[in-house]
Design a protein around this ligand. Structure first.
Ligand SMILES: Nc1ncnc2c1ncn2[C@@H]1O[C@H](COP(=O)(O)OP(=O)(O)OP(=O)(O)O)[C@@H](O)[C@H]1O
Length: 510
């Protein structure tokens, strides 16, 4: 969705009183005459005084101006589309509610219909409204690949698509190709089959697992470089919906509005490598071990609860005072600058084999792995120059997070930002029940969490050493073997709420 100045030309032209037809129209509603005008601030709909004596219905329409369903003004930022039926025009808009609050959200509405002079006039108005107010910086309607997962969260993705997503995207003029996923990894296969340049954005209707699969489809392919900038959006229909929660897409309507507007933001992505067998995947969200995995994977049987299952799982973990052993090495920005990407490959025979497996993992499709030599040393239990061991050998909570929120309530890493160039590593040493509860309460309020330690990592190696827990990437379980990750700054793009302040990843809004 880039290039093009049609929108600006259209809005500037609308300042011109001679601009005429496409941008100014008159129409009737309940017998009264209205003038519709599209300008830089949006649409104004004014009732026009007619010379002849007003009829009874006209007087009633005038008196009931606020009940006509025709707002006097619709801001440009609220308009998400327009539709015509014969000569009758309807404008679709999504006003913001709770703008100053924690979760500014939108609610999609339709104006009452305005009867224009002819079907042609209505079509012309539809085109003008769509071009001026939707599809940021684009002349042509966006082509969207929509992937909806019927197994996400409470299973409402298909009905949400039909009731809340498709009607709005069609009113915005988007060209849609929609697929319901049939099984695990189907979203990856669908996206892998997409030819570069054939879609302007990919819309995942589901949770973070669906979004993770879309990301694998974009990057696990020989032409990943041609695909990586195709923006993807999450319409929250899963249990966690961490991406939507972290970029201000609090509700389905809010997310659909953002898709129509097309505001994008660069998105750091991490490569995750594992040996035996060699494996590579990509992470947009987090790499988790210990407590959070137990409250996620360990609460699969509570899926019917939606997001509440995570709170129940967290309480279980706190009451059981679970702790998990791990050997973790990290590289921060300063270390990376000092170390460069050079490093000796692993020396011993065993190390050589592990090094070979890591090289094989790094050779899978995707962006080049810069820290492979350091990973090979770490696999042989050697600490490369400029890397550090994590001081705690036992942890309770452990997460390397790219995003501030883990779900709509769990504000795990308030400082995290999707284009910071690092993941925020957050961990707690084993905690008492009282301390665990204090951490949980603070995370839900987005406050500083007691006990929590934090580092900004550009690369990390994690060797899990306990039983009874999991290794999880973006909410999906991965093999329980040592894991190596490095961040690729701004590798991809995602669609964010248009009001999201640049530089903030915490869902803060202007
Ligand atoms: N048709 C299908 N049948 C069964 N599982 C599917 C199907 N399509 C996709 N899946 C799987 O559904 C799983 C859950 O999807 P997703 O992660 O989006 O929802 P969630 O777990 O409820 O949300 P979140 O990850 O945000 O907590 C994914 O692992 C995906 O592989």
């Amino acid at each position: 969705m880039d290039g093009g100045t049609n929108r600006e030309a259209l809005l500037n032209a609308s300042e011109d009183p001679e601009a005429g037809g496409a941008l100014q129209a008159t129409g009737r509603h309940k017998g009264a005459l209205f003038k519709l005008r599209l300008g830089p601030q949006g649409v104004t709909i004014q009732q026009v005084e007619e010379k002849s004596a007003a009829s009874c219905p006209e007087i009633m329409a005038s008196i009931c101006r606020f009940n006509t369903g025709l707002p006097a003004q619709i801001p440009d930022g609220d308009i998400v589309g327009a539709t015509a039926s014969g000569a009758s025009l309807t404008i679709w808009h999504a006003p913001l509610t709770g703008a100053g609050g924690e979760r500014p959200s939108r609610h999609v509405k339709r104006t009452a219909s305005l009867q224009l002079d002819s079907p042609e006039a209505a079509e012309q108005a539809v085109r003008a409204l769509r071009t001026a107010c939707c599809w940021r910086d684009s002349d042509a309607p966006p082509r969207l690949l929509v992937v909806a997962n019927p197994a996400s969260g409470p299973g409402k993705a298909p009905s949400t698509y039909e009731k809340q997503v498709r009607p709005v995207l069609e009113a915005a003029g988007c060209q849609l190709e929609m697929h319901l996923t049939k099984a695990r990894h189907h979203a990856t296969e669908l996206v892998q089959r997409v030819a570069p340049g054939s879609f302007d954005a990919i819309v995942a209707i589901g949770g973070d697992g669906t979004t993770h699969e879309v990301l694998q489809g974009l990057l696990s392919r020989p032409d990943w470089d041609a695909m990586r900038r195709t923006p993807f959006a999450q319409i929250p229909c899963g249990s966690g919906n961490a991406l939507a929660a972290s970029v201000g897409l609090w509700t389905v309507d809010t997310a659909v509005h953002a898709v129509v507007k097309g505001q994008q933001r660069a998105f750091d992505i991490a490569s995750v490598l594992q040996q035996s067998p060699p494996r590579r995947c990509f992470s947009f969200l987090s790499i988790n071990y210990g407590m959070i995995t137990n409250l996620d994977i360990g609460t699969e049987h509570l899926r019917w609860m939606g997001g509440t299952r995570f709170v129940v799982g967290a309480l279980q973990q706190i009451l059981l005072k679970k702790k998990h052993a791990a050997r973790v090495a990290i590289l921060d920005h300063a270390g990376a600058a000092a170390a460069g990407t050079a490093g000796a490959a692993a020396g011993s025979d065993g190390g050589q084999q592990q090094g070979d497996a890591l090289a094989a993992a790094a050779a899978f499709d995707g962006p080049p792995v810069q820290h492979l030599a350091a990973f090979q040393q770490l696999a042989a239990q050697q600490l490369p120059a400029s890397w550090e061991w994590l001081p705690d050998s036992e942890v309770s909570l452990f997460a390397a997070s790219n995003l501030p929120r883990l779900d709509m309530n769990f504000h795990l890493a308030p400082d995290a930002s999707l284009d910071s160039g690092h993941f925020n590593l957050i961990w707690t040493p084993p905690a008492s029940r009282r301390q665990g509860l204090a951490v949980l309460t603070a995370s839900e309020k987005g406050e500083h969490m007691p006990l929590v330690k934090q580092r900004r990592v550009v690369a990390m190696a994690l060797e899990p050493l306990s039983t009874g827990t999991w290794l999880v990437v973006d909410g999906e379980e991965v093999p329980y073997t040592p894991l190596f990750m490095e961040v690729h700054p701004s590798l991809c793009s995602t669609i964010v709420a248009p009001t999201l302040v640049h530089g903030s990843g915490g869902g803060a809004h202007s």
